[in-house]
Design a protein around this ligand. Sequence first.
Ligand code: BYC
Length: 314
Amino acid sequence: MGEEKRNQQFQNRIDNGETIEPKDAMPDRYRQQLIRMMSQHAHSEIVGMLPEGNWITRAPSLRRKMILLSKVQDEAGHGLYLYSATETLGASRQEVINQLLEGKAKYSSIFNYPTLSWADVAVIGWLVDGAAIINQTMLARSSYGPYARAMVRICKEESFHKKQGYEMVATMADGTPEQQEMIQDSVNRWWWPTLMMFGPHDDDSPNSEELIKWGVKSKTNDELRQSFVDRHVQEAHTVGLEIPDPDLTFNEETEHWEFGEINWEEFWNVVKGNGPMNRHRMKARREAHTKGQWVRDAAKEYARKQQLSEEKAS
Ligand code: BYC
C-alpha cells in the first residue's frame, strides 16, 4: 500500500473518533509530534516541582506543608506517567531526559518565574493548575490512547490542586490587610505568565493545524485561553481580587471577557531560555540528575540480580 493511501486510512480512523494505540500504524510525523509534545509536557511536570518545592520548608502550618508535599509529589507522578506514555512511541526516557538536560527540549514557560512569597503557592495552585486543567481536559480526549488515559488521572489530581490553591487564595483574600496585599501582588505577577502557558496566538502557532487535524488537540490555543479567562476572572471577583488588566471588559453579546494584549516579546524571551529563572531551573535539574545517579545504578543492579535469579530458577 502506498504512503498516501496509508495516511488516508489513518486520517479516516481519526475522523471516526478511533483511538490510536502504540502498536497501530501511524504516520511518522504523528509519532514525532506526539513525542515532542508529550516529552515537553513531562519535563514541565518535573521542572514544575521546583517553584513550589522551594516553599515546602517554609509552609505556614503543618496542614499546609502536608498538602504542598503531596501536591509536589503528584507532579513527579505526572512526569513519570508522561515519560512512560512517551516511551510507548519508541522514545526512551533517557533520550528525552537528555534532551532536557542538554537544553534542547522545551518545558512550559510558566516555571521560569520566581516564587517570591507563600501567596505564590496559593496562586500557582489556583491559576497554573487551573490553566493546566483546561488544557488537559481537552487532551484527555486526544487521539493517542496512552496520552489520553494519562490525562484522565492527571486531571483528577490537578482538580484537587486547583481547589486547594483557590481555598488558600480565598483565605488570604479574606485575611489581614498584609495577607490581602500579598495575594493581590501574587495575582499581579502570575496572571500574564499564566495566559502565556496556552502558547502563541493561533496565527503564530505552527503546530496547531496538524495537531487538530490528527485529533491530538481539539481546541486552539486562543480558544483555551479564552475559556481560562472567562472562568478565572469570575473566580477572582468572587473573592474580591483584581485582575491586572486595564483592558478587561465583559462583552454582553458574546458573553466573554475581552482582555488586553499579551507581551509576546516576554513570552518568546522566556521560551528561548532568557526568562528570570531559566538558568536556575536547568541548573537545579542537572544537579538533581547527577545526585540521583546512585539510585539509577542501584535500580539497574537490582534488575540484573533479579534476572539472574529468575534464570537460575527456570
Ligand atoms: N512554554 O505551535 P505551538 C502543570 C512552544 S505542567 C514553552 O502553539 P503546540 C504543572 C511550542 O512547544 C503542564 N514553549 O505549539 C506542573 C512550539 O515549539 P516547538 C504543562 C511553548 O504544541 C507543576 C512553539 O512554542 N502543560 O500543569 O501546538 C506544577 C509554537 O507553539 C509554550 C503542557 O505541557 C509555553 N507555554 O501548543 C503545577 C500541555 N507554548 O516544540 C502545574 C501540553 C508554546 O515546535 N502541551 N510553546 O519547538 C500543549 O498543550 C501544547 O504543546 C502547547 C503548545 C499548548 C503548550
